[in-house]
Design a protein around this ligand. Structure first.
Ligand code: UD1
Length: 334
């Protein structure tokens, strides 16, 4: 814990709100900056809230000064991969240009620690299906490129200033707060577990398996699904690491093993107690057969120990949240 403030951009969003909750429970002084374009104010369970944009220099400067911020955890971003393909400039504007603005203000106002939500999308489609931090980066969509550009800015800025950073490359995030206070409320979701949970509660009549002819055990794509609670915890471990003087670093956040689409959908049906209406379709463009993290480094460097590495638990918390959303479209207790 520190008396200095932590600025969490995008703290009203899915991963941001889980991290804010854990930071709040740890007694940290938090201020959330979020423009509420996709987040919900009600999902901010701790700290102060300022509505606004990371691209607004005056506002960012004011927040950094008013809350005596020495650490920034930067979640605010657009995250829908297909949209980044059709509207790339929207992604470069928000994810890259606004982040450059944020970094400029951090540099001006003496921010020491920066934790960045990067993505496995920076790897594109690695040949072996496994990605280690030194696997060559080769994003195949503007979303991945926009995040990789921020990693590059961080590397350069950390060499030229006192700022140190941890960039966390997330694999496939799912699940929600075990107490079901917050969860994933993204409209028009495309991510598998979210889509399957929506189908389970009746929000979608059916769901699709994109590709059954991959060179995997059951022919469907394999991914490294990680519980949002463990992912949020990785940010708290990164915070400790930077406060202890840790050097700037880029780390994968995943469990290092994967599940196929069929295994995930079986788990959803099993946990929910009823079958899903599944339709098999052709492969989705841009999908890798397998994408799994090699995630040893985060365990040694950040002392990160996953506590929720259990597909049924990930699925159960996703379903619990989806049932809550069904009763209340906003997804929060009235
Ligand atoms: C997505 C992003 C990726 C990002 C990652 C983590 C896309 C194309 N990719 O990965 O850049 O790094 O999230 O945030 O959005 N699937 C189905 N039916 C569905 C949905 C998905 O069969 O309705 C399959 C996919 O083909 C894939 C697996 O499920 O094999 C996971 O897909 P998804 O949840 O969309 O995530 P990724 O594409 O792995």
């Amino acid at each position: 814990m520190s008396s200095k403030g932590i600025l969490v951009t995008g703290g009203a969003g899915y991963i941001g709100s889980h991290t804010v909750r854990q930071l709040g429970e740890a007694g940290e002084k938090i201020v959330v900056l979020d423009n509420l374009s996709t987040g919900f104010e009600k999902s901010i369970l701790h700290g102060d809230f300022v509505k606004g944009d990371t691209g607004d220099s005056d506002l960012v400067a004011k927040v950094l000064k008013d809350f005596d911020v020495d650490t920034v955890i930067h979640f605010a971003a657009h995250t829908i991969v297909p949209e980044s393909v059709t509207n790339p400039l929207k992604y470069y504007w928000n994810n890259t240009c606004s982040t450059r603005n944020l970094l400029e203000q951090c540099n001006k106002h003496g921010v020491k620690n920066f934790i960045f939500s990067s993505t496995a999308a920076v790897y594109g489609i690695p040949e072996s299906g496994y990605a280690k931090e030194d696997t060559p980066t080769a994003p195949i969509n503007p979303y991945g490129s926009s995040k990789l550009m921020t990693e590059m800015m961080l590397k350069d800025l950390s060499l030229a200033s006192d700022l140190n950073f941890v960039a966390l490359r997330y694999f496939n995030v799912a699940g929600s707060d075990p107490q079901c206070r917050i969860g994933q409320s993204t409209p028009e979701a495309t991510l598998l577990i979210k889509v399957a949970a929506e189908a389970a509660v009746g929000k979608r009549p059916e769901l699709y398996i994109f590709g059954t002819d991959y060179p995997t055990e059951d022919g469907t794509g394999v991914r490294d699904y990680i519980h949002v609670e463990d992912l949020a915890d990785a940010h708290l471990r990164a915070l400790d690491y930077l406060r202890d003087g840790g050097e700037s670093t880029v780390l994968n956040v995943g469990y290092g093993h994967g599940y196929s689409v069929r295994e995930v959908l079986d788990a959803v049906a099993r946990v929910d107690g009823k079958p899903l209406n599944i339709i098999e379709k052709e492969r989705r463009a841009g999908d890798s057969p397998i994408l799994i993290s090699v995630a040893d480094e985060i365990k040694t460097k950040l002392n990160w120990t996953p506590k929720h590495d259990d597909l049924d638990e990930i699925v159960k918390t996703s379903l619990d949240w989806e049932y809550k959303l069904k009763d209340n479209p906003e997804g929060f207790a009235k």
